[in-house]
Every structure is written in structure tokens, then in C-alpha cells.
Design a protein around this ligand. Structure first.
Ligand SMILES: Nc1ncnc2c1ncn2[C@@H]1O[C@H](COP(=O)(O)OP(=O)(O)OP(=O)(O)O)[C@@H](O)[C@H]1O
Ligand SMILES: [Mg+2]
Length: 251
């Protein structure tokens, strides 16, 4: 197994508060790796450090073996580490197709700046069409994003993010504000795309049932520190997790 992302003794303090405390994380390439923990445990802070939105107090972050600890969000994104849904915003004035095509163009620019691929890649136009198909928006390709209702907009956001062809996609509560059914559909969609399009997925999600059903590995944070890491079965059976996170309730 190859690690796509590693953190070493990653620490972030906000004044006296240690929001991330000495975090060693290894994310395997191709896996679905979830981060769970109570409110305020430091999950979003961890994602913000990794994606360059916050500067660590100390520690190191490596992506594909390279040190990205002090890089900006833009530099990190160019390496193929995408964070939905913030870096790639939906442009209301563009159609669904145009939105995805712009993102596909970003993927090309990124590729040519990092290395020249020998593959004969499809044009951004064709890739955009295939992505709209994948996220179920093919028949609405020519509608302006401004006209989209909430659920379709989230699908479009996923399409845009996928079009940037990330190696690692980090989602911080992507289904916030959705009902149960949409939550399940959306997460399943993202995971299917991760499978088909071969990227690694990191996820923060409050719905434990979903987390347990889709994750290869789960990291549990409490008060900034990792208290457990393992498969869903291992995490469900972990007494410290049950005590700390759920007050003894069954996972
Ligand atoms: N920019 C900031 N300045 C000061 N304190 C912060 C900042 N960002 C986060 N914190 C604090 O750091 C701690 C961890 O916050 P974080 O947002 O990472 O938690 P979380 O696990 O994502 O919580 P939630 O489940 O509620 O989203 C909290 O106590 C929070 O108040
Ligand atoms: Mg959070």
C-alpha cells in the first residue's frame, strides 16, 4: 500500500487551545478515509491545515511524498488535492456544462504545469459531458447554474470538483443541510465516482451509519487528538471511542 497523504506530529494552536494535537495520519491511496469526532474535536481544522487554509503551529504534511506543509490552498490544489466545495465554486451565470468544462480545463492546465502526460486525453468538452452524465445532470447541461435547486446544485458542485481530476478529494460535511435520502444518494455518488475515476476520498460526516458503511479507515478525534484509528468494525468495538464519543452507546 502507498500513502497518498501523511501528517507527522501535526499541531495547531489557537491561543491556549490545542485544536490539533500531535496528529500522525496515514491515508492510503485509493481508500475512503473518514474523520469523526464530537463537535469541536478538530476535524475541520485538520482539513484546513492539510489544504493550506491554515498554517500549522508545528509538524509536517506530505502529499504524494512531497512536503506541502507551508503551501497555499492554490498550490495544494494544483497538486491534485481538492477540497470541495470551496475551491471550485459554481458560477451562477454559466450553464452546468460551462461550469464543468472550466474545471476540466483547470485539470489540463495543472497537468501541463506538473508533467506532460503521454496519454491522449479526451478534450475538456467530452470530459465535461461524461461527468454531467455521471452526476445525473446530462439533460440539464445547458441550463444556467442559477436556475438549479439545492440538490442539483450540490450535484453540479460534485461534478465541478471531479472535473478538476483530483488525486485526493477532501469533503467536510458535504451533505450538511440535506435530508437523509439525499445524504445517502450524494455520498454513494461521490464514492462511486471515487471508485470509477480512481481518486482517494477523505470525508468528515456526522451520519455514523453512512460512515460505517462506506469507510475503509476511520480516524477518531477527541479534543484535538487521535484517540482511535481502524476499520469500521474496529472503531465500533473500541471502548474508548464508545465512551468518549458516544457516551457508551453502541455505534
Ligand atoms: N480560526 C479559529 N480561531 C480560534 N479557534 C478556532 C478556530 N477554528 C477552530 N477553532 C476552535 O478549534 C476547535 C476545533 O474546531 P473545529 O472546527 O476544527 O472542530 P470540528 O471537529 O470541525 O467541529 P464540528 O463538528 O462542530 O464541525 C474548536 O474549539 C473551535 O472553536
Ligand atoms: Mg467542522
Amino acid at each position: 500500500m502507498t500513502a497518498i497523504l501523511e501528517t507527522e506530529a501535526l499541531t495547531k494552536r489557537f491561543g491556549n487551545l490545542v485544536a490539533n494535537d500531535d496528529i500522525d495520519l496515514v491515508v492510503e491511496e485509493g481508500s475512503t478515509h473518514s474523520v469523526i469526532g464530537p463537535n469541536g474535536a478538530g476535524k475541520s481544522t485538520l482539513f484546513n491545515l492539510i489544504t493550506g487554509l491554515l498554517e500549522p503551529t508545528s509538524g509536517e504534511i506530505r502529499f504524494n511524498g512531497e512536503d506541502i506543509t507551508h503551501e497555499t490552498p492554490h498550490e495544494v490544489a494544483r497538486r491534485g488535492l481538492a477540497r470541495s466545495f470551496q475551491i471550485t465554486d459554481v458560477f451562477d451565470g454559466l450553464t452546468a456544462f460551462e461550469n464543468v468544462r472550466v474545471a476540466a480545463q483547470f485539470a489540463d492546465d495543472r497537468r501541463s504545469s506538473v508533467w506532460r502526460s503521454a496519454e491522449n486525453l479526451a478534450e475538456p468538452r467530452e470530459r465535461a459531458e461524461s461527468i454531467l452524465e455521471d452526476v445525473g445532470l446530462a439533460d440539464r447541461a445547458d441550463q444556467r447554474a442559477a436556475e438549479f435547486a439545492y440538490g442539483d446544485r450540490r450535484k453540479l458542485e460534485i461534478g465541478i470538483t471531479i472535473a478538476t481530476e483530483p488525486d485526493l478529494l477532501m469533503l467536510d460535511e458535504p451533505t450538511a443541510g440535506m435530508g437523509r435520502e439525499d445524504t445517502v444518494t450524494t455520498i454513494q455518488l461521490v464514492q462511486r465516482l471515487a471508485d470509477e475515476r480512481d481518486f482517494t476520498l477523505m470525508l468528515i460526516e456526522h451520519d455514523l451509519e453512512i460512515i460505517m458503511s462506506i469507510s475503509d479507515t476511520i480516524t477518531v478525534l477527541q479534543q484535538g487528538a487521535v484517540i482511535a484509528e481502524g476499520t469500521p468494525a474496529e472503531i465500533s468495538a473500541n471502548e474508548e471511542v464508545q465512551r468518549a464519543y458516544l457516551g457508551g452507546a453502541d455505534l
